[in-house]
Design a protein around this ligand. Structure first.
Ligand SMILES: Nc1ncnc2c1ncn2[C@@H]1O[C@H](COP(=O)(O)OP(=O)(O)OP(=O)(O)O)[C@@H](O)[C@H]1O
Ligand SMILES: [Mg+2]
Length: 306
């Protein structure tokens, strides 16, 4: 079997007495899109910063490219890309100046910087002037340029900490298409996000809560692990009051995990006979569908611990 590109074993990171990362272990394969999900303060950024060698572990081991990072920090730093959550580009400088600055950090000469920039700008379809000041870019374009700056030195392993935060949905989808292309080229992408919908694009997902990993697997595996059955989705036909219908479902006691879902009500069935009775009575006023659980459902269930 190939050596994993990242291997984390029993990692703990504390700030004083506070455990931000609490005994986590996982490995990442080459070419994988590895998604880290968790609420604010779960420990995602701390994990990334520790793998990148910016923070020191309190205990545990981290291997990147098979090397113990505590013994070979510079090799790892020169061979990874890191797009941080808070700081990405200098807002008062132009795109060109930012890219050149990133290049000098990796000791690249001007010719190499130009070549790599051209390739990356083609990849992201950058069609604005390089002299545009970063603060004048839309947030989506800014994040794409920041991605270019983070991978100008052509690393095989790229860490993206919430790159799509605050980005419009269509642009988020474009960003993920880009990530898919990078993975197809053999790059390994370690990405965090708050958006459950886009986490579906990751090959494997980690759910993190208060420093601990509470679940890990493909989206399909996680759904199977947390839900043995599918959901039902009821949509009232025109003119029906959805709140009243929800109350009725609650009262009739044939469902659990009942929630409003856009213009529909989603639930899990626990009494088939009562459900059939309800269907007979409501046949003219509702339509229903069977739907598989979403990652958001998985996350809510995993976090609730039930
Ligand atoms: N340098 C620090 N000193 C003290 N506490 C810290 C430090 N950095 C992070 N923490 C704390 O560690 C916990 C984990 O923070 P972290 O930034 O890793 O979470 P996160 O999952 O990235 O959250 P977010 O989704 O908000 O980015 C938080 O409670 C945070 O306040
Ligand atoms: Mg964070």
């Amino acid at each position: 079997m190939k050596t994993p590109i990242i291997e984390v074993k029993n990692l703990n990171v504390s700030f004083g007495n506070f455990k931000a990362v609490d005994d986590i272990s996982f490995s990442v394969k080459q070419g994988e899109i590895f998604g880290f999900l968790g609420a604010n303060g779960a420990g995602k950024t701390t994990t990334i910063r520790t793998i990148c060698g910016i923070l020191s572990p309190t205990s545990g081991h981290i291997y990147v490219y098979g090397e113990d990072i505590s013994k070979n920090t510079s090799l790892i730093r020169n061979n990874i890309g890191y797009m941080s959550q808070k700081f990405t580009l200098y807002k008062d400088l132009s795109v060109k100046e930012n890219i050149e600055f990133a290049g000098t950090l990796y000791n690249m000469d001007n010719k190499k910087i130009k070549e790599e920039t051209q390739k990356l700008f083609n990849l992201i379809n950058f069609n604005e002037s390089e002299n545009t000041i970063v603060s004048n870019l839309s947030i989506g374009v800014k994040q794409m340029v920041a991605l270019c700056a983070a991978m100008l030195h052509n690393p095989d392993l790229i860490f993206l900490d919430e790159p799509t935060a605050g980005v419009a949905p269509q642009i988020r989808a474009k960003f993920w298409q880009l990530i898919k292309i990078l993975a197809q080229k053999g790059k390994t992408i370690f990405i965090t996000t708050h958006y459950m919908d886009e986490a579906e694009y990751a090959d494997r997902i980690v759910l993190m809560q208060t420093g601990k990993i509470i679940a890990i697997g493909t989206s399909k595996e996680l759904k199977k692990q947390f839900f043995k059955t599918n959901f039902y989705k009821i949509t009232p036909k025109d003119g029906n009051n959805i709140a009243l219908l929800k109350e009725k479902i609650e009262l009739l006691n044939f469902a659990n995990n009942i929630s409003l879902y856009g213009n529909s009500i989603k639930f899990m069935l626990n009494n088939y006979k009562k459900w059939q009775q309800f269907l007979n009575e409501e046949a003219n006023s509702i339509t229903y569908q069977i739907v598989s659980p979403s990652l958001e459902d998985v996350f809510l269930k995993a976090v609730s611990g039930k």
